[in-house]
Design a binder for this molecule. Sequence first.
Ligand code: ATP
Length: 284
Amino acid sequence: MKVMEKAPAKINLSLDVLYKREDGFHEVEMVMTMVDLADRLEMQELSRDTIIISSQAGYIPLDEKNLAFQAARLIKDRYHVRKGVYIHLDKKIPVAAGLAGGSSDAAAALRGLNRLWNLNIPLEELKALGAELGSDVPFCIQGGTALATGRGEKLTPITSPPQCWVVLAKPPLNVSTADVYGRLKASEIRRHPDTKSVIEAIGTQDFNRLCGSLGNVLEDVTLQLYPEVRQLKECMQRMGAEGVLMSGSGPTVFGLVAKETKAEKLYNGLRGFCKDVYAVRLLT
Ligand code: ATP
């Protein structure tokens, strides 16, 4: 038996941090959606009780540090599965980029293994399991577009944003999400993103308002640490992107454009600055 799952990248259209909680997590308010840039997971049942991960990407862990491995171990332990699995990860999403690649792989592994082993775990239960692996995993299981609150695991689905092109560029930097959150002083944030306006713009399918309302409070930290991310944002704005924002904790910056010709121009222009550039559609 073999199953395949797609693991798409997520972007934040809004990322706000309300305060730091007593349990150490940050209380957030985020609008997240998915783009058509995805890893692919192939899962094959093994009669031996073991988990094996392989990938063509030389730069990710293939042992118990891999989030797909952790997902497989969690589901096996919790549902007493004695069979094993071989997971091949075809990595397309850049790593440590702010695009939730690892979380999406974990989500795809949970979805796929639920099918492979006929466990019939309901979606809500699968999402709760995902929350044990990471705050973004429940959203990656659910997909679509959502307002995420709590530490990111409480999801309210919303309609898809107006369809557009998303041009993503990742500068050659490794940004640790934990480090960025660690440096953020939640009580000293001067300007919070207008999440309500992002949601209203999506509700009315107002592309220009959406572009004008994008906001990410983590830019305050990452742009100061890495001036090249600020330069990349400015560069995208100059090249005509209608809305520009850093995704997650960075360093990936994305630009929204309505027209394909503009997306091509932006893509070609950015290739001079960055190796990792993608022009994709929203997954609606
Ligand atoms: P987020 O936006 O959720 O913070 P990210 O896109 O910034 O995530 P990831 O690509 O998920 O970052 O990688 C973060 C770390 O997780 C890396 O250090 C990487 O080695 C590790 N990792 C574990 N499993 C995976 C996986 N399946 N794919 C990519 N990275 C993984």
